[in-house]
Ligand binder design. Structure first.
Ligand code: PGA
Length: 241
């Protein structure tokens, strides 16, 4: 399974490096079979040699370099050997104002560079409350212009109202929406939005859930490691059947 920690605007470079070291130690000692990603804040990016943790960027501009004040480009990621990027996170869509059009450009650029892309989708509460049809229309628009067959694509379904709020859809709702969305793309699909140590196991056990994208709870390294252990346990049990 895939477990991704989105550190957002938290942890300095020093703290991030300690976090990644701790996570590597855990993965090596537990011989975990999971695919584990960490997305540090931009200024906390660094080179991690032969790591069992894949370090990705939370954001970058679709350009090699140039005059884009406040942004970083491809060469800044290449300096650290980074080949993975998050695109379309709800905080970038809704707080930083990224449009579908700009995300499509970003997606195309990083795809052309062979990046692994975790592309985030999800609806705000008002859309969800407008009914299933409206919600699916909204989410479908987030697939527009995106190569859903891209081989290095991972999709993360994250309802906006569940991010950082402690609220989550029911397990049945997560399972159903993943099932429906999986018809749109063969890419693995993660669930994100208030995943904690207390609910991670049951989310990971769901059909059509290939992993989780975790924000606040992942800031506690031991919590994130416990989630990786749950995935190992679930796979072990499935393998014994
Ligand atoms: P959360 O964030 O786990 O704090 O809800 C998830 C995310 O934004 O990816």
């Amino acid at each position: 399974m895939i477990l991704a920690a989105n550190l957002k605007t938290n942890l300095t470079r020093d703290k991030t490096n300690k976090y990644i070291k701790g996570l590597e130690k855990f993965l090596n000692e537990s011989k975990s079979g999971q695919e584990v990603f960490v997305f540090p804040a931009t200024s906390s990016l660094d080179y991690h040699e032969k790591s069992s943790v894949v370090v990705g960027a939370q954001n970058a501009y679709p350009v090699q370099n140039g005059a884009f004040t406040g942004e970083i480009g491809l060469e800044h990621l290449e300096e650290f050997g980074i080949k993975t990027i998050l695109i379309g996170h709800s905080e970038r869509r809704h707080i930083l104002g990224e449009t579908q059009e700009s995300l499509v450009k970003k997606f195309a650029f990083y795809k052309s560079q062979g990046f692994k892309i975790i592309y985030c989708i999800g609806e705000p509460l008002t859309v969800r409350e407008a009914g299933h049809e409206k919600m699916m229309e909204y989410i479908s628009a987030q697939y527009e212009g995106i190569d859903t067959e891209y081989k290095d694509l991972i999709i993360a379904y994250e309802p906006v109202w569940a991010i950082g709020t402690g609220l989550t859809p029911t397990l049945e709702e997560i399972e159903n929406i993943h099932k429906e969305l999986k018809r749109k793309s063969p890419a693995p699909m993660l669930y994100g939005g208030s995943v904690k140590v207390t609910n991670a196991k049951e989310v990971l056990e769901l059909q059509n859930v290939d992993g989780i994208l975790v924000g606040s709870a992942a800031l506690y390294l031991e919590h994130f490691c416990s989630m990786v252990s749950y995935a190992d346990q679930i796979e072990k049990i499935a393998g014994e059947k």
